[in-house]
Design a protein around this ligand. Structure first.
Ligand code: ATP
Length: 355
């Protein structure tokens, strides 16, 4: 017997909406998730991530739209009728029950035969590498191990969908990295779909097959980690994906999407991402792509610099008072005058005026 996801083709969210009074916490969420896909819901605090997860779990009713598992409409079903697995940041284990009992609880509620429960629990324990600790209480194991128990408990019922709400946020940095790999490994082994809520772009990039970026309850962009990293569709998505320099500029000439812009006193080249931009544009670039170069177009003075092991990460200011985050392989000192430049293909240009 092997733990595997229940057979299904896809989960479909069709114009899903949730209001709180007059406030639209989620609007018009339409998305099809294939069996086996790992989806990260990524966005800043208050963007609607937890509301989306709670709607999927059945803990919050929808205000509009529907949720479908293949041809079955499921948004009116109670949480336990949906049969999804859930993993939360606070683990939510029963403190007085052994790990084995915690993991078997859902199967017991489903009144499965004891022999089947025992076999499935053993398998889930092995999958999360906790077989030897099975008779301990949650209080006798570490935070990382407790999170493994929570994962085992979620997957032992062989759910089509596993919902995870910032499951690693209570763990230290090293354990977070280890558990990331574990979560992906377990996901691959059981073949379920996973929806993983996080505000951490690194976590989303490293785990997901597709990332859904939410903002103000709306989907701003859906794409693979590579697409979101290299080609954010909007300036606010770019900012969230680590394009720390979001700069107001004035478009001058354009040929085949390649733009020349005026940025304070400097001329900068970049590529238009959003069609139909006017003269006022926003240039987005990552600190790691803006580096000191003798022929760099931007003159600035170093404000501060931090050693990061392989290189230095600094803040510089132009004469016009524009702040720029940059990276340097060589040591730089506050007050030092620099010329900074970036390859045109790494400068993304969006419509509109930066704040
Ligand atoms: P965080 O990362 O801080 O948990 P989030 O992205 O999960 O944020 P949600 O908790 O889904 O955001 O909240 C989305 C919006 O809905 C927020 O503006 C929030 O204040 C509002 N909201 C959430 N729950 C309720 C509620 N029960 N009553 C009223 N408003 C709510």
């Amino acid at each position: 017997m092997t733990i595997s996801a229940k057979n299904f083709r896809e989960l479909r969210l069709d114009h899903m909406r949730r209001d709180f009074g007059g406030m639209n916490a989620l609007r018009d969420i339409t998305l099809t998730i294939k069996r086996g896909e790992f989806i990260a819901l990524l966005g800043p605090s208050g963007c609607g991530k937890s509301t989306a997860l709670n709607c999927l779990a059945g803990l919050l009713p929808l205000s509009g739209g529907s949720i479908w598992l293949d041809d079955t409409r499921i948004d009116h079903l109670k949480p336990e009728e949906r049969g999804f697995g859930m993993v939360f940041q606070n683990y939510a284990l029963f403190p007085h029950m052994s790990l084995r009992k915690n993991i078997g609880f859902g199967l017991k509620m489903q009144k499965r035969p004891q022999a089947e429960i025992d076999a499935k629990v053993e398998e889930a324990l092995a999958l999360v590498r906790l077989s030897k600790q099975a008779d301990k209480l949650p209080g006798q194991i570490s935070g990382g191990q407790q999170q493994r128990v929570a994962i085992a408990r979620a997957i032992v019922v062989e759910p089509p969908l596993v919902l995870m709400d910032e499951p690693l946020s209570n763990l230290d940095a090293k354990l977070r990295l280890e558990m990331r790999a574990e979560i992906r490994r377990i996901h691959n082994m059981i073949g379920c779909s996973t929806i993983y809520v996080t505000h951490d772009q690194d976590e989303a990039l490293s785990l997901a097959d597709r990332i859904v970026v939410l903002r103000d309850g709306q989907m701003r962009q859906v794409g693979t980690p590579q697409e979101l990293y290299a080609r954010p569709a909007h300036a606010d998505v770019a900012e969230f994906m680590g394009y720390r320099n979001i700069l107001k500029a004035e478009a001058e000439t354009e040929q085949n999407g390649r733009l020349t812009m005026r940025l304070g006193g400097a001329k900068l080249e970049g590529f238009a991402v959003e069609p139909g931009h006017g003269r006022e544009v926003i240039a987005a670039l990552r600190p790691e792509d803006l580096t000191p170069a003798n022929d760099g177009p931007i003159a600035a003075a170093v404000v501060s610099a931090e050693y990061r092991g392989r290189d230095f990460y600094g803040l510089a200011r132009t004469q016009e008072g524009l702040d720029l985050w940059f990276r340097s392989e060589l040591s730089v000192q506050p007050g030092e005058q620099l010329r900074l430049g970036a390859p045109a293909e790494r400068v993304l240009v969006y419509a509109g005026a930066a704040a």
